[in-house]
Design a protein. Structure first.
Length: 268
């Protein structure tokens, strides 16, 4: 199994997990089937009611925190029974101690969070099921709530598996020279040495790192940060995905980058 740690700004990093030898459970197979059926709705015209619902649903999906997506990517203990070693792939601008410490903090904070929200969403299932009384239109509130139950459940068990792997000492930090090249120009021009805070912190109190934004859109793939620019662009992420040859890498890191930048804009 590989975990990619991709610095997006000097204070926040994106994450992606590539499971290897994972054994999907019935629940995972069900979720995959449901996702495939949902994605078929993308073929409907944007002006149709199905197209509008799909667009709104994708907007909701994009608002789910990228850390939750990362933990969902981690196989549960039953799925990842064959995992004996985890390579954490990072650029050389990060330190091994910093990465491991931040990952430990992430696991420790996110496991109880998702444990609570599994139950909260379960409590809402009977309420959302009442929407079945509306004829013709499928009960999307119920299905979305059911998806959130699965999402929190999967994220919680992903965090538990990471803690299990920490207890076994299964992590090894790998400094990738090709990945490091994406950051050399930025850090050479600023004289900086390493980012801080990482992915486990949501704090916006670091005044030295607050940023101002222009009116360009996130979808443009251009750096939106004027004073302290984003370390990578969407085109950089595409080249990283080509280098690593991981199909889900680009969408996961791109989503994380957009969320990190959008959250940073709220502090300015």
């Amino acid at each position: 199994m590989r975990i990619f740690v991709i610095p997006v700004t000097r204070t926040h990093w994106a994450l992606h997990c590539q499971p290897i030898n994972a054994i999907p459970t019935r629940m995972t197979n069900w979720a995959t089937t449901a996702s495939e059926k949902w994605n078929k709705w993308s073929a409907y015209p944007p002006t149709s009611w199905r197209g509008k619902i799909y667009a709104y649903g994708e907007t909701l999906m994009d608002k789910i925190p990228f850390k939750e997506y990362f933990l969902k990517e981690v196989p549960t203990k039953s799925e990842g029974a064959l995992v004996s070693k985890v390579d954490i792939v990072v650029p050389n601008i990060l330190s091994e101690v910093e990465v491991l410490n931040d990952l430990r903090v992430l696991v420790a904070t996110q496991e109880p969070y998702h444990a609570r929200w599994v139950w909260y969403c379960c409590y809402l299932l009977p309420v959302s099921s009442l929407f079945t009384l509306i004829p013709v239109i499928p009960n999307f509130p119920f299905f979305y709530n059911l998806f959130r139950v699965y999402s929190h459940y999967k994220a919680r068990h992903g965090a538990q598996h990471l803690q299990h792997l920490f207890d076994r000492g299964a992590f090894e930090v790998i400094f990738d020279s090709e990945l490091s090249k994406f950051y050399q120009a930025t850090y050479a021009s600023t004289g900086s040495t390493t980012p801080n805070q990482g992915f486990s912190s949501d704090s916006a109190s670091n005044n030295n790192e607050r940023r101002s934004f222009d009116n360009r859109t996130l979808e443009s793939g251009l750096p939106l940060l004027e004073e302290n620019p984003s370390l990578i662009t969407d085109s950089d992420i595409s080249r990283m995905a080509t280098y690593f040859q991981v199909p889900t890498f680009e969408s996961a890191i791109r989503r994380a980058r957009h969320q990190i930048i959008a959250n940073a804009s709220k502090t300015t």
